[in-house]
Design a protein around this ligand. Structure first.
Ligand SMILES: [Zn+2]
Length: 1005
């Protein structure tokens, strides 16, 4: 495709043929691939690091992604940030080492392997052999590495992927052990038995953060249950069948019921039925107990039905120690069970004001059970199935994962049926509520009392909050918002997992319950007297040792994968076993960047461990990006194919355009971005291609050595203007980069390039003809300065075209630095800052706008020259008036204090202008000249003639007026269309001017 890039938008032409060039579009893909080759062979990245002094480091931590899937736009966004910032600081003279990392452990890879092997439960894995399973995970974990390398490389991100750290390597895991032992020695690790969330399919506990990932609305059945009181006569002095009503949203927990809780201060009623009520399975004379506040929402009475209050407004404490018959026989001999207790968590907002208690399946329940000394009843196993004790439902999954509600609720329905058959059912109700699911496998989680290891975050929380104040967040609101709130609400971190492929928990336990925490391989080798070559579970579970006559075996748990990622600053350099000084000199990191989901995850865990180990944050500056959505605002979905393939977009518009599009978008403000290919295209055309065309234009005239700009020289006002703009641009980009505001840093660049093209280059065209040689030289020097500075300013954002500009400029300018990325960041040249000129130019552009609107009002084309434009008191310099005259295509711009008001006028605020819109015969002819020149140059273009091709022009016409014009303005036309001669002859191509026809022939000479 070809474009005539430089023609004024309004096709205003004081046409000079030399400007009638049309360049090819910038072939981004081709040029970028060449740049990549150059960087590779030149080892530019390596040199950009090694050429900076070791004692001036800028430390950046890379959050490791999983290589278990292909890179998507989210990764590309993160990679762009992680490239832009380090490139900037490199140019500021810092040594910025960048090493890639891979997250290798945990459920994502385990689930993939499980799917492949077809295992359905943990038991099957154990039967197959943990060693087989783990080795399979090891072999699969890096399966997408080459795809990642390809994408990251093509994106132009400089990072050392060859020496990437991997969380599954022994050195890495050894440092993780060291981190663990630090916590252990600071008494920040403990084991406890408490109510946790587990995934019954993965059969493991999850952390608070993991649980928070998976909430979604689901339909459930809630049930009202009648518990038959056995000591009503003795405790309340009431005869007859007395039932206490309780409510639950998890019917599957009812076989584990061991108590009922009432609010001690809440009023309750005792009511007697006046007749049989079948739907509630109540007989005449039956008595029920429930909270006063719940009566209206629970009891829906039909005509004739009524209740006789026996007691009203009786405090809950009255009912404590009522006993009741167990609903199910399975655990009927549980000591201290099946009675009413008090609980301060009871409310009457939902249900009956009586809470069913199953201590193994809820936080409050667990606490009540402990307080009341009721043994834990686990009627469901970690695998989420009813235990064999529960004979009626044994082996059934309590909350199967299914999209079919009937399947998902099958156990709840079975329990309900049982209740109905045994006259224990009162009523049921469907409800939709937010319920947690496994973030990895989508199985509904269960609240489950089990033993887990914790990091005591609560103990260091005040310090962590204090230290967090030192972190600079971009955008700022995350600091007190998402991150601050999460930190304030942080609970202890459950770090043990009952899984296989992960860093092992380095704790060994003796049979009498004594623990030894091991902090290094050497320590374990000394204790066990054997060589330890792999720190994974299948190897370490076999490593036991004796100490003081006791045998120690490993606590079989593995660590939360976030413990790996949070330990990354230490583990990536195998600290403290190696690189001690280097690590300490570079901690905390200057900069990290990830998506906003990491505020509860990686950012948080880095901070917790940084505070615990070093008493400081782990990072000083952080940029948080938002989510990239499909153009329609929906989640990007492979199934729906609602977004373009990232590599395809890069190949089409170049990585520069994609990078700039993302870095200047709201996604850098942690906001959502609806990714639009049209947006990338726009960046390509407005920034990349426009800049390139300006540069091609420059090259056309810079055929000889262009002198560097000399300070103190008298320059054309356009030069002064663009140089001043350039300084303000340097200032703005630099300030925002220092503040880690990438959007604010990048956006002004495109605005600048637009001004450069649409105003400076366009308005300077005449100057390049060389009528005034000194002025031409100045214009070229100015443009050269602009491109040199721009290439540096753009280098972090659009590294390819920046390099392209530099590589051409350095040849012209004898620059010794081979790559712009090895160069230094530009500084503001204060002597070029000229706010007065910026303001004046602003005024000129305003006047142009007003003049053009007058032309359009009078319906006179811009191509038609007009006589005069009047200004009222503006004090413009002659230079600026000339610019104005050219832009408006008027013979002269005159400044006046008053006039007779005979012309078309316009006033805006203080500014008043007038335009003489009368087209005289003479002006009309001049207009024809312009039309002719334009039409002939169009033919030149069609014939693919270049700037150096001269032609002979022949024409034939019956229009005397046109012939007259051609004769009268011969010289001017010849010059403007690069014709040696113009004469009457044979015409081939037809041209129409103002309804008059003419045929012309161009013969190349
Ligand atoms: Zn799961």
């Amino acid at each position: 495709m070809e474009v005539r890039w430089y023609l004024p938008q309004r096709d205003l032409t004081v046409a000079i043929v030399v400007f009638l060039f049309y360049f090819h579009m910038y072939d981004a893909n081709k040029r970028e691939l060449e740049a990549l080759k150059f960087w590779e062979s030149d080892k530019t990245f390596e040199r950009s690091v090694s050429s900076r002094p070791e004692n001036n480091p800028y430390v950046f931590y890379d959050g490791p992604p999983f290589a278990t899937g292909l890179p998507h736009y989210g990764h590309i966004v993160a990679s762009v940030m992680k490239d832009v910032v380090p490139r900037y600081w490199t140019m500021q003279g810092k040594r910025v080492e960048r090493v890639w990392g891979w997250d290798c452990h945990g459920l994502p890879i385990e689930n993939i392997v499980e799917k492949e092997m077809g295992t359905k439960s943990k038991k099957e894995i154990e039967e197959m052999g943990v060693d087989v399973f783990n080795e399979k995970c090891r072999s699969k974990v890096l399966s997408y590495v080459s795809d990642w390398q390809k994408t990251i490389h093509r994106l132009g991100r400089w990072v050392d992927m060859e020496h990437a750290y991997r969380t599954m390597d022994n050195d890495y895991m050894e440092s993780v052990w060291w981190v663990f032992k630090q916590l252990w020695e600071k008494d920040l690790v403990y084991q406890d038995y408490r109510s946790m969330h587990i995934c019954p399919r993965c059969e493991t506990t999850l952390s608070q953060q993991e649980v928070s990932e998976g909430y979604k609305d689901v339909k459930d059945i809630s049930v009202y249950v009648k518990f038959k009181v056995t000591n009503a006569k003795e405790k309340l002095g009431i005869d007859g069948d007395v039932f206490i009503l309780a409510w639950t949203t998890t019917p599957w927990t009812l076989p584990g019921n061991v108590a009922l809780a009432v609010g001690g201060e809440i009023p309750y009623s005792v009511l007697q039925v006046n007749q049989d009520i079948e739907r509630y399975s109540l007989k005449k004379g039956n008595i029920i107990i429930l909270a006063d506040g719940a009566i209206n929402q629970v009891l829906k009475l039909n005509e004739g039905e009524s209740f006789k209050p026996i007691k009203i407004q009786e405090l809950g404490s009255t009912f404590v120690n009522l006993k009741y018959e167990p609903l199910f026989p399975y655990y009927k001999d549980t000591p201290n069970a099946f009675r009413v207790v008090a609980g301060d968590f009871v409310t009457t907002t939902d249900g009956t004001g009586v809470v069913h208690i199953a201590p193994a399946f809820g936080d409050d329940d667990f606490k009540v059970g402990k307080r009341e000394n009721i043994p834990l009843v686990h009627h469901v196993g970690m695998d989420g199935k009813f235990k064999p004790d529960v004979t009626d439902f044994a082996g059934q999954e309590v909350k199967p994962r299914s999209d079919d509600d009937k399947v998902r609720l099958s156990s709840d329905i079975a329990v309900l049926k049982y209740l109905q058959e045994h006259n224990l059912f009162f009523a049921k109700q469907n409800l939709v509520h937010s319920y947690p699911h496994c973030w990895r496998c989508d199985t509904p989680l269960l609240n489950y009392a089990t033993s887990s290891w914790f990091v005591n975050v609560t103990k260091i929380k005040d310090q962590a909050l204090e230290e967090a104040k030192k972190i600079n967040w971009s955008p700022e609101h995350i600091k007190e918002g998402r991150f601050g709130k999460w930190l304030e609400g942080a609970r202890d971190w459950s770090i043990s997992r009952q899984r296989f492929w992960a860093t092992t928990m380095p704790v060994w336990q003796s049979t009498d319950g004594d623990f030894i925490c091991v902090g290094s391989v050497k320590e374990l080798e000394e204790l066990s007297g054997q060589k330890v070559e792999d720190l994974h579970k299948h190897v370490l579970d076999k490593v036991t040792f004796e100490k003081n006559g006791k045998t120690y075996t490993r606590v079989p748990d593995v660590l939360d994968t976030w413990f790996d990622s949070g330990s990354m600053p230490y583990a990536q350099v195998h600290y403290p076993f190696e690189n001690k000084e280097k690590f300490e000199a570079g901690f905390p990191a200057e900069f990290i960047a990830e998506g906003q989901d990491q505020t509860r995850a990686w950012f948080y865990y880095l901070h917790v461990l940084g505070t615990a180990l070093k008493g400081t944050p782990a990072f000083k500056n952080v940029i948080v990006n938002g989510i990239v959505l499909a153009e329609d605002g929906k989640k990007m979905s492979k199934k729906l194919k609602n977004y373009p393939d990232p590599m395809g977009v890069i190949e089409k518009y170049g990585a520069d355009a994609v990078r700039y599009y993302l870095v200047s978008s709201p996604v850098m403000h942690a906001e959502n971005l609806n990714f639009a290919e049209a947006g990338v295209r726009e960046v390509y055309s407005k920034l990349i291609n426009t800049l390139w065309n300006c540069f091609e234009f420059y090259k056309m005239f810079a055929d000889e050595y262009v002198l560097p700009l000399k300070k103190g020289k008298k320059l054309h006002v356009l030069d002064t203007w663009i140089l001043s703009k350039l300084q303000f641009l340097v200032k703005e980009v630099t300030e925002n980069m220092e503040a880690y505001k990438l959007t604010e840093a990048s956006r002004p660049i495109m605005e600048f390039v637009t001004e450069l093209s649409q105003w400076y280059v366009r308005r300077s065209r005449d100057r390049f003809k060389g009528d005034d040689l000194e002025d031409k030289k100045n214009a070229l020097s100015t443009l050269q300065e602009v491109f040199l500075t721009l290439s540096k300013l753009m280098a972090p954002f659009t590294p390819f075209i920046a390099e392209e500009l530099w590589s051409e400029l350095k040849g012209m300018n004898n620059e010794v630095i081979e790559s712009v990325h090895l160069g230094t960041w530009p500084t503001v040249e204060a002597e070029y800052m000229n706010e007065k000129v910026l303001q004046e130019m602003e005024t000129v552009r305003k006047l142009v706008e007003m003049g053009l609107s007058l032309r359009s009002e009078a319906k006179v084309k811009v191509r038609q020259p007009l006589a005069q434009f009047r200004l009222f008191q503006t004090n413009l310099s002659l230079e600026l008036k000339n610019i104005l005259a050219e832009e408006l295509n008027v013979k002269e711009v005159v400044e006046v204090t008053s006039d007779k008001g005979e012309w078309l006028e316009k006033t805006e605020g203080e500014v008043r202008v007038a335009l003489n819109v009368e087209v005289t015969e003479e002006l009309k002819k001049e207009g024809y000249v312009r039309e002719l020149v334009r039409a002939i140059n169009q033919i030149r273009k069609e014939q693919n003639l270049t700037v150096s091709d001269m032609v002979r022009l022949e024409y034939e016409t019956n229009e005397n007026l046109l012939a007259e014009v051609l004769e009268a303005y011969k010289n001017e036309i010849q010059q403007d269309v690069l014709a040696e001669s113009i004469k009457i002859g044979n015409g081939i191509q037809e041209v129409e001017i103002d309804g008059m026809k003419l045929k012309v022939t161009l013969i190349k000479v």
